[in-house]
Design a binder for this molecule. Structure first.
Ligand code: ATP
Ligand code: MG
Length: 140
């Protein structure tokens, strides 16, 4: 099924000049970028985006990290886009990520792990709407 998902180049990826590299990997795998921008979140916005993690011990640090610099959210479209994007990213902890994944090749730690990708259709719907309004997303 053709799906859309939200991916983000996190602040560490932008700081390490990996915006192009991350987009290149998604495109090379056949995913299509249908929306993309650069934004800097404030604390409230980052907390809202990661609200499902608000009880986790790493939440305050995660929020600090996500507001430490600009990020590049994008909407990717393609067959099975949600799972494929997550496979290209690799496991949350780069030490556990498969060889050849974005996180294995570029992430510094379980927190500073370069990319985000939606984990389900419901999450993708919420996350795409968090960053892009109707005028910024092409009709399907
Ligand atoms: P994302 O949601 O960013 O795509 P994910 O789905 O692989 O990543 P989640 O469990 O949703 O992982 O965690 C969200 C983010 O919180 C992680 O990508 C990472 O930046 C941070 N994080 C997760 N677990 C830890 C941890 N144990 N310590 C520090 N930071 C963590
Ligand atoms: Mg997640």
């Amino acid at each position: 099924m053709t799906e859309r998902t939200l991916a983000i180049v996190k602040p560490d990826g932008v700081a390490k000049n990996l915006v192009g590299e991350v987009v290149r990997r998604f495109e090379a795998a056949g995913l299509r970028v249908v929306a993309l921008k650069m934004v800097r979140l404030d604390r409230r916005e980052a907390e809202g985006f990661y609200h499902v993690h608000k009880e986790r011990p790493f939440f305050p640090s995660l929020v600090d990290f996500m507001i430490s610099g600009p990020i590049v959210p994008m909407v990717l479209e393609g067959e099975d886009a949600i799972a494929r994007t997550r496979r290209l990213m690799g496991a949350t902890d780069p030490a556990k990520a498969d060889p050849g994944t974005i996180r294995r090749d570029h992430a510094a730690s379980i927190e500073k792990n370069i990319v985000h990708g939606s984990d389900s259709p419901a999450t993708a719907g919420f996350e795409i709407g968090y960053f892009f309004n109707a005028l910024e997303i092409p009709p399907r």
